[in-house]
Design a binder for this molecule. Structure first.
Ligand code: CO
Ligand code: CO
Ligand code: CO
Length: 317
């Protein structure tokens, strides 16, 4: 993908505050001195059996890139691919679940587009607003910062266990609850507490997104895997071989950028590369502000700190 993007012609528009050069979560475009819009799009195939829950998760996931930039979502366009006649009830439920979540975020659905396709795919293009001075990119991490992660990891492994028919109900429930949770409160808090950098953990997994932040900020991220919150069941399913294809790709691509200071159990190491749907925010924030953030965000975990740039982008301790 980077190669394809590198070949695109540039417009050189000074109002593009964040473009696609640094793998940021969303684009930001300046409309007026005090007002910019944040834009993103995301859609994917069903990852849970219940269509309404799938719609809500797709919406929470699409909204997340607006939150990761520190923005406030205002409008959304739905994107739907589905078989021509079949499954009308399912489609209605997907759209309903999506709309409920978009409304929970305080945004309005203003339109959309659907195409006929043998495989259901659903998501949104979301637009948010932001003050140009409050944009949180992935390039602001400073040495000395604390790294905070606001949700547990493991949704990809648990979704794979579901597809194989071995996921237990209670494990699915916690994973679904985590994917349904908006990153809104954490995003508002990280803007208030002057976080230096933020990204959301999605398809590239925790270490994939950490690598992007490290590269964009020219630092090394030190992460302690024992401090990371893991969804119940995820370690067990990973050990049983429920490894999503995306996890293998992430590990292959990112592991060369990772220094391990000690041996890690393979199940745990795999989870560090697990692609997340609607994952948490990875935040780089100065010390006193980190304590305030931790006090006000119940699910947040301190997972490491930011170091001066070393030879590897990530160091696991
Ligand atoms: Co993102
Ligand atoms: Co995205
Ligand atoms: Co960001």
């Amino acid at each position: 993908m980077d190669h394809l993007l590198a070949g695109l012609p540039r417009a050189n528009d000074p109002n593009v505050l964040v473009g696609f050069d640094h793998n940021d979560d969303a684009g930001v475009y300046l409309l007026a001195p005090e007002l910019a819009i944040v834009q993103t799009v995301d859609f994917f195939t069903p990852i849970v059996d219940d269509p309404e829950i799938f719609g809500s998760i797709a919406a929470a996931n699409a909204l997340s890139d607006i939150y990761a930039m520190g923005g406030r979502p205002v409008s959304a366009l739905s994107i739907l691919a589905c078989p021509a006649e079949d499954h009308l009830d399912d489609i209605a439920a997907i759209l309903r679940g999506g709309a409920l979540k978009i409304h929970e975020a305080g945004a309005a659905i203003v339109g959309g587009h659907s195409v006929s396709d043998p495989e259901i795919k659903f998501g949104y293009s979301v637009t948010g607003v932001i003050h140009p001075d409050r944009i949180k990119t992935n390039s602001g991490a400073h040495p000395g910062d604390v790294l905070i992660l606001t949700k547990p990891i493991g949704t990809g492994v648990i979704s794979t266990a579901l597809k194989r028919g071995i996921a237990r109900a209670e494990h699915l429930e916690t994973s679904i609850a985590s994917m349904l949770a908006l990153n809104r409160a954490a995003a508002e808090l990280m803007v208030e507490t002057n976080a230096h950098a933020c990204t959301d953990v999605t398809g590239f997994g925790l270490l994939g997104h950490a690598r992007e932040m490290a590269a964009a900020s020219s630092v090394t991220l030190e992460i302690d895997p024992s401090c990371i919150d893991i969804l119940p069941g995820a370690l067990e399913y990973a050990a049983a071989g429920c490894i999503p294809g995306g996890l293998k790709n992430n590990r292959e691509y990112v592991a060369p950028c990772v220094e391990k200071t000690k041996d890690l159990a393979d199940g745990l190491e795999n989870l560090l590369y697990d692609p997340q749907t609607s994952g948490g925010l990875l935040i780089s924030i100065a010390e006193p502000d980190a304590s305030r953030f931790m006090a006000e965000c119940a699910n947040a975990r301190r997972i490491g700190r930011v170091l001066q740039k070393e030879s590897k982008a990530i160091r696991l301790i």
